[in-house]
Design a protein around this ligand. Structure first.
Ligand code: FPP
Length: 241
């Protein structure tokens, strides 16, 4: 992390920092199109932006970083793009998890994992296992994730559990994909679109949003610092006056 000191200087100490930052990494396709390149090259550049962002987030003391890497709707994309993304998952999970481990990151996944090929599932399992004890930052990859599907899966899990008594928020929460992770404090979406696209539907009830026009591959520490700056100035009332 050669430039960790630089990233730290952009955010003054003692500021109101989010514990959990969630990111919709949008704009890879348009970034590539603008350069006359195939979409998958945009996703490759997106992986580099992700690596940088994990380092900045860790250095800044953000304890949880979740990223929307593949939605339940993304299977509808062209076969070649879906295959390209699967190739990137393989490359990233095989090649980069050791590096994340050395940097103290715990790697986790949220989504309907059973849809992935066996080889990806076994790399996912070993990545979770290898990094389980790390505490510098939790990085949650949301893959084959859909917020509505997560809620449906939680209801199904609740019914299967044979729960008796009132169904409270806490009871349902226990059946979500990552019940021990605090709700996102700050939800960033790059790429200029002003929508949530089925991300963390239950968990983002009181998240603060930050929408950025920057395409994801161009996301860097300046834009992260801008988002944190915006967050620091917000008053969170959770519905109270
Ligand atoms: C949205 O951009 C991005 C995605 C659907 C995929 C995001 C994936 C990555 C950044 C790679 C993550 C990789 C790993 C290894 C976890 P878009 O394609 O919808 O862009 P567009 O809106 O400009 O078309």
């Amino acid at each position: 992390m050669a430039d960790s000191a630089d990233s730290l200087t952009l955010v003054p100490a003692g500021r109101n920092m989010p514990r959990h930052v969630a990111i919709v990494m949008d704009g890879n396709g348009r970034w590539a199109k603008r350069r006359g390149l195939p979409r998958v090259i945009g996703h490759q550049a997106g992986v580099k932006a992700l690596e940088r962002t994990i380092d900045y987030a860790r250095d800044l003391g953000i304890r949880y970083l979740s990223v929307y890497a593949f939605s339940t709707e993304n299977w509808k994309r062209a076969h070649s793009e879906v295959q390209g993304l699967m190739g990137l998952f393989r490359y990233y999970l095989k090649g980069k998890i050791g590096q994340m481990h050395r940097r103290g990151a715990r790697v986790r996944f949220a989504g309907q994992m059973s849809a992935f090929p066996d080889d990806i599932l076994s790399i996912v399992e070993s990545a979770e296992e290898m990094t389980r004890e790390n505490t510098a930052i939790d990085v949650i990859f949301c893959v084959n994730y859909g917020g509505r599907q997560e809620i449906l899966d939680a209801i199904a899990g609740l019914i299967r559990s044979g729960h008796e008594g009132p169904v409270t928020e806490d009871v349902l929460r226990r059946h979500l994909y990552a019940p021990d992770i605090p709700d996102p404090d700050l939800l960033i979406r790059t790429g200029g679109e002003l929508r949530i696209s089925n991300f963390w539907l239950w968990e983002s009830a009181y998240s603060e949003y930050y929408f950025s026009d920057v395409y994801w591959p161009d996301f860097g520490r300046e834009e992260l610092a801008r988002a944190l700056d915006s967050y620091a100035g917000r008053e969170r009332r959770y519905g109270s006056a």
